[in-house]
Design a protein around this ligand. Structure first.
Ligand code: GLU
Length: 313
């Protein structure tokens, strides 16, 4: 089967080093196998993702030499490539789940969901305890007058296990480890979990490379692939890049955005430093993505968080 990889950035600001590392490895992993790369703009929350940011993101990727084969403003036969334009497609797949009787309205407020008494995962994220799963139609009608409900998936009692291409075996029991999850928000916007599955499947993506912060989302996504009968990609999660003081890099804190980096370093210098952090080069010497692709190896990529050495950028 021909390899198809993807970039799936959310254009809510300029790219930071963590996003760049992820894009570089996604590109190298696909190109090492002479694959194609799709650029999908994850602007589901259109208010937080102005179209101008998507344009900047394309300029940033091109500047680094991370050229995609279809998607974004380039277009292609599996478009549209902006999630904000794919609502009708998500609706079709959502309806399939609805027809199977697997969706239900949830009227819980944010504070109810985050209440200390609610069950939580080890990392502190709440597990939905199924509060609204068995509400009768009358009660639903009364509650619907107060707030438009989010729609959740009634998760099957499955244990989902998969072999991550980089981090190895990962396993979750859906009912107790994540609970019923949201498919469509109260404001009508489809949730990331549904959109990403439908998009990757319809865009023919065979390998998903992304940060380890999304490892925990993968069992939910595999559950949707299986319920919808869609072909599953291979997943590769890469360790997170941490600031020299151990904090997570974030756009909000203005952590080394490409905008700043570009004033000091050339594209091959930035790519070479990222490839060094990802174990692909012994020294942080300049390199272009196209030279690194033939020798790219997942085995050399660290499996634990990568601390950004002070002074590298
Ligand atoms: N859009 C997500 C992000 O920028 C990535 C989602 C994914 O790779 O599945 O963090």
């Amino acid at each position: 089967m021909h390899t198809v990889g993807r970039f799936a950035p959310s254009p809510s600001g300029r790219m930071h080093l963590g996003n760049l590392l992820c894009s570089l490895l996604a590109w190298l992993s696909a190109k090492r196998e002479n694959g194609r790369v799709v650029l999908r703009i994850e602007d589901l929350d259109a208010a937080r993702c102005p179209r101008a940011f998507a344009g900047l993101l394309e300029a940033d990727l091109s500047w680094l030499g991370l050229i995609w084969d279809e998607g974004g403003s380039t277009g292609g036969r599996n478009g549209p490539y902006y999630q904000s334009e794919r609502g009708g497609i998500y609706e079709t797949y959502y309806k399939k789940l609805e027809k199977k009787g697997l969706t239900y309205p949830c009227f819980c407020s944010r504070s109810q969901l985050h209440a200390a008494s609610a069950p939580h995962r080890e990392d502190g994220t709440p597990v939905y305890p199924g509060t609204c799963r068995s509400l009768g139609p009358e009660r639903q009608a009364v509650l619907a007058q107060k707030r438009p409900p989010a729609m959740r998936l009634a998760v099957p009692d499955w244990t989902v296990e998969f072999a991550d291409g980089h981090l190895g075996r990962y396993c979750e029991r859906l009912a107790t480890d994540c609970g019923d999850f949201v498919l469509r928000r109260g404001d009508g916007v489809f949730a990331y979990q549904l959109a990403v599955v439908v998009d990757d499947a319809l865009m023919g993506v065979t390998q998903v490379v992304r940060g380890a912060d999304l490892l925990q989302s993968t069992p939910r996504q595999l559950c949707l692939y299986r319920l919808l009968g869609l072909p599953e990609p291979r997943f590769y999660h890469l360790p997170l890049l941490l600031a020299p003081d151990g904090r997570r890099l974030s756009k909000r804190d203005g952590d080394v955005s490409l905008e700043q980096l570009q004033t000091r370093w050339s594209a091959p210098e930035i790519v070479g430093k990222l490839a060094f952090l990802a174990g692909q080069l012994d020294r942080p010497e300049p390199a272009m993505p196209a030279e690194l692709a033939p020798v790219f190896s997942w085995e050399k990529v660290p499996t634990t968080d990568i601390l950004l050495p002070a002074g590298l950028f």
